[in-house]
Design a protein around this ligand. Structure first.
Ligand SMILES: [Zn+2]
Length: 509
């Protein structure tokens, strides 16, 4: 008789959504034991997952082991408290049902009816069961997004992660708001995203003395979350060390219409395109007359300033100008040290790479400008420009698609409540940063040269001479690489051999 006894595994999951304590799970275990005894099954083990631990809460090791043991033919029955405990999310629900269907396993619950995959009829109802579960999730998501839209139409602050400068209820947090205003001001006056990120991180902040160091917003949010968790009697989640600000976060701040007082709503379709940041303007909610709906919160940045920043962000020429506009001298950060290849810095009247080169700024700049001016006058200019690298372009496109796919997956996991908003944001920030870098590469490869107004001008020399520092720097950057070598000892006059100018076309070959 015992050889025909069905082998029953118990699955338990501790989760914080329904019960906060172990007590609930102990009761679940007792219920399962009673059920197994009543049906005269042979207990073959307890599979227990802890869903509330901060670390790796995406994974359910016991659940995975359970699937594996079902596949190995070790289990005839799975006992759990109720279907949601076992399922947790749509994807896992489908996996367990498929495993049960394949190996003819009975899924039985202390609360709720069985999913009996030992019979054809049972397997069919299992299909329906998982379809219903799926539908519930979709309905819930729809309801949430309708509620969000309604909030936005009423101009109420959106639920979810609070942006820098605002509390969850829409109140202005003054010291953060001040940082937001300074970020907008710095960007408007020509600072690069990277320079702003560095200044906020408390690092080297060339020409950006007005931006104060600030803890990274993500970190502030995590600390706040732990305060709330402590209030609910929960264990704190780990807060990572304060890492530096990244450009994509600055981009997100500069793009956010909420700072200008606009009420926003992001339809799912927009998110699905993975194009959220590039379509911030499209997120501004409009009334029936097409007028933007304003939020009930106070704006931190005025409308004109916000719009001006969007225009600048939308200008593709900005991206090609890798060297940035926040430099005072022609060659600082642009010319390289001939000894170690690092960009040189400005040191009073000189360009310097410490311990390697120290050269008169005026002499070098005159020489570089004269060389570039001569080159601009030659008819074969286009031979000097790097050509588009088609295989690399294709590679970049694939890499970008891969990063976008990761964002989509994270979005789906978030919708299915597999991961939290913080995780989603972290993944999105990380992937977007990678995409930003790749897009700069792509731009540089494809139209890096076509957006330089000097090279497009009918009279290039005149355009170069009339150009401002930023335009001259980007022209030099597009055309060539400049390296400075130590000046030969004992030579008083300027020696042009000690400066190397390599045309880009020569580098590409
Ligand atoms: Zn050096």
């Amino acid at each position: 008789m015992s050889s025909e006894q069905r082998r029953a595994a118990t699955y338990l999951r501790i989760s914080q959504d329904r019960e906060n304590t172990r007590l609930g799970v102990d009761r679940h275990r007792e219920d399962a034991e009673a059920l197994i005894a009543a049906r005269q099954w042979a207990p073959v083990g307890v599979y227990e997952d802890n869903d509330i631990s901060g670390k790796g809460h995406k994974k359910r090791p016991a659940f995975e082991r359970l699937l594996k043991d079902i596949g190995s033919g070790l289990i005839d029955v799975v006992v759990a408290q109720e279907w949601p405990r076992l399922e947790r999310n749509r994807a896992d629900g489908v996996r367990i049902i498929e495993a049960a269907q394949r190996d003819h396993v009975l899924l039985t619950f202390a609360k709720g009816s069985d999913i009996d995959c030992t019979t054809a009829a049972g397997r069919l109802s299992a299909d329906m069961f998982s379809a219903i579960a799926r539908n519930e999730i979709e309905v819930k998501a729809e309801r949430q997004s309708r509620a969000q839209r309604q909030r936005a139409e009423q101009g109420r602050p959106p639920k979810g992660v609070r942006p820098l400068g605002y509390a969850s209820n829409g109140d202005v947090i003054e010291h953060e708001a001040e940082a937001v205003r300074k970020i907008y001001a710095a960007f408007s006056s020509g600072a690069s995203l990277r320079a702003i990120a560095a200044a906020l991180s408390g690092g080297e902040s060339e020409n950006l003395p007005s931006i104060p160091p600030l803890p990274r917003h993500n970190r502030s949010l995590m600390i706040e979350r732990n305060v709330r968790r402590a209030g609910d009697g929960l264990e704190p989640r780990p807060v990572p060390d304060d890492s530096p600000w990244v450009s994509s976060t600055i981009m997100g701040i500069l793009r956010n219409p909420r700072y200008a007082g606009y009420s926003t709503y992001t339809p799912k379709e927009v998110l699905a395109n993975g194009d959220r940041r590039r379509s911030w303007r499209a997120q501004i909610l409009r009334d029936d007359h097409g007028e933007p709906i304003l939020g009930t919160w106070n704006r931190i940045v005025d409308l004109d300033a916000w719009e001006a920043v969007q225009d600048r962000l939308d200008d593709p020429a900005r991206v090609t100008n890798r060297v940035g506009t926040d430099r005072k001298h022609l060659g600082s950060g642009l010319y390289r040290c001939g000894v170690c290849d690092k960009p040189v810095k400005t040191h009073s009247q000189r360009y310097r790479c410490e311990g390697h080169v120290m050269r008169s700024r005026e002499q070098i700049d005159d020489f570089v400008v004269e060389t570039v001016r001569r080159r601009l006058q030659l008819p074969d200019l286009h031979d000097l420009l790097p050509s588009a690298d088609e295989p690399r372009m294709r590679e970049i496109k694939l890499e970008i698609a891969e990063h976008q796919a990761r964002i989509h997956r994270a979005q789906r996991d978030y919708d299915n409540e597999l991961i939290e908003g913080f995780d989603l944001k972290r993944i999105r920030d990380r992937e977007n940063a990678a995409i930003d870098t790749l897009e700069v590469d792509r731009l540089r490869l494809s139209l890096g040269i076509s957006h330089n107004s000097v090279l497009e001008a009918p009279d290039r020399l005149a355009a170069f001479d009339a150009g401002d520092l930023g335009l001259r720097r980007s022209t030099i950057e597009v055309l060539c690489e400049v390296r400075l070598f130590p000046h030969p000892r004992g030579v008083k006059t300027f020696n042009s051999d000690s400066v190397s100018i390599m045309w880009r076309s020569a580098i590409a070959d």
